[in-house]
Ligand binder design. Sequence first.
Ligand code: THU
Length: 135
Amino acid sequence: MTKQELCNLAIKSMENAYAPYSGYKVGAALLTKTGKVFTGCNIENASYTPTVCAERTAIFKAVSEGERNFTMIAVAGGKNGYISGEFPPCGVCRQVLSEFCDGNFTVLAVNGENSYKEYKLSDLLPCSFNSDNLK
Ligand code: THU
């Protein structure tokens, strides 16, 4: 699985986005250390708050299937399903990623059909609250 292939799966997952309120369609593709891919899309709700992002859909799908070791995630999205630029995961998704991934975990932010920008989780969420704080 190349980085571009993972990005392509994120782009494909945008098709399943349920975003009738924002019109912002997001897809994510999460790669496990064993080479499996879990995809996700954003799922909005009329009550707004229960809305879940594409990244968390992918992570929760994976964890609920027994997977907890991940190497990278690709994220793609845009208004009305049109990718006009990149965006890194929202703060809540960064926090959820940090529960299962170390700082070297890679985030691929898609910014075009064949283009993405690469981040490390440690750059996106420095000084995170984690299980060490609860000891
Ligand atoms: N969204 C995601 O799916 N991932 C992000 O990282 C940012 C935001 C979704 C949530 C909501 O359905 C829509 O984009 C607008 O915020």
